[in-house]
Write a protein that binds this ligand. Structure first.
Ligand code: MG
Length: 367
């Protein structure tokens, strides 16, 4: 089987809530997502998706995905999409860095491997663990009262894991954490994700002020060293996200005992192949994970479901169902949340069929 064509569509994904706000006043109201197709001489086509969280979250932006595909695509024509490590080796040789550009192609090639073998991606990634995947809900940064009201609403819908977007004014963030934790059950899990938004002294004030509260602290500061300093001065369970963008950083953080949970995002690491490497290493090292991506719609959610479902349950901290945050559905067969859980499809590949009438015109076409 050989790759004969790589193409991409741009899809706008408006938010059900109108907008999504997080640290430092960052906000997005319509996500710009790229649906990547990889066509082969067998007639099979695989699909992937890359959707940065705006241009100011990770070093990634939506138009960069498309520009990168135009650069990278010609180097992959003629390669066998089922030979995933070889394909990634080729991508790394042709384009240094830009993990997020490679992610969509890699996901599409896993979809092809599944379609070619008749197996769901989760089986190919190690096997289906358990019945279902537990989800968290990210709570956009609002007033403490509004965030508590949103958590109450999403709790009603079955979620038991919540990630508060903090990283704003530290005094208000302290109120946000207290307000939300006060209305949860002891069995619910609460994460305060600052998304790099606090300086070190601000982070120290917050963790001291919520000392008695059952809350996880995620990525408080911009640099790894600042986060490590905070980590060493608090007994809250600690999550690293933005700083862990490679196996090097994962191993360094493990060696420093810098985290209890790590957030692995598919496009941050460069696709399912690279994320599987990090995931398998975390399982071997006993580190639990949030398994997800930056953002996306149906295809991203399907990819997350296969990554999470193929991870032993005791190491799955949470995942998320981005397709329920947005108003546009881009594919049939994507996982649908039921009572705060989702399942990976039993169908071959990712188990999704893109809705071509939603995808719009082709913006990248390499053959
Ligand atoms: Mg995070």
């Amino acid at each position: 089987m050989k790759i004969t064509r790589i193409f991409a569509h741009r899809v706008e994904l408006p938010l059900v809530e109108g907008d999504y706000k997080w640290s430092g006043g960052k906000s997005v109201s319509v996500f710009d997502s790229t649906i990547v197709g990889v066509e082969t001489d067998s007639g099979l086509v695989g699909y992937g998706e890359v959707c940065p969280l705006g241009p100011f979250y990770l070093p990634a932006y939506a138009e960069g995905v498309r520009a990168g595909l135009r650069e990278l695509g010609p180097h992959l024509i003629g390669y066998d999409p089922r030979e995933l490590l070889k394909l990634n080796h080729r991508m790394d040789a042709a384009l240094k860095g830009h993990a997020y550009v490679k992610s969509g192609i890699d996901i599409a090639c896993w979809d092809l491997l599944g379609k070619a073998t008749g197996l769901p991606v989760c089986v190919l990634m190690g096997g289906r663990f358990g019945e279902k995947v537990r989800l968290y809900r990210a709570i956009s940064q609002e007033s403490p009262e509004q965030m508590a009201a949103k958590v109450a609403n999403y709790r009603e819908q079955g979620y038991t894991r919540f990630q508060l977007k903090v990283g704003g004014d530290p005094d208000l963030d302290i109120e946000r954490i207290h307000a939300v934790r006060g209305m949860l059950l002891p069995s619910d899990r609460l994460v305060a994700d600052a998304n790099t938004g606090w300086t070190q002294h601000e982070a120290m004030r917050v963790v001291r002020a919520v000392r008695s509260v059952d809350v996880y602290i995620e990525q408080p500061c911009l640099t790894y060293e600042e986060c490590l300093a905070v980590r060493r001065n608090t007994d809250h369970p600690f999550v690293l996200d933005e700083n862990i963008d490679s196996l090097d950083m994962l191993l360094r953080a493990k060696s420093d005992l810098a985290m209890d949970v790590v957030n692995l995002k598919i496009s941050k690491l460069g696709g399912l192949t690279r994320t599987k490497q990090a995931r398998d290493l975390c399982v071997s090292m006993g580190i639990a994970m949030t398994l997800e991506d930056s953002w996306g719609g149906d295809i991203t959610t399907a990819a997350i479901s296969h990554l999470a479902h193929s991870t032993p349950e005791e190491y799955r901290f949470t995942s998320t169902d981005f397709n329920s945050y947005v108003t546009v559905s881009t594919a049939e067969g994507a996982p649908q949340r039921v009572n705060g859980f989702m399942q990976a499809s039993d169908l071959p590949g990712l188990g999704i069929t893109p809705k071509m009438n939603v995808l719009g015109k082709v913006l990248v076409d390499v053959s």
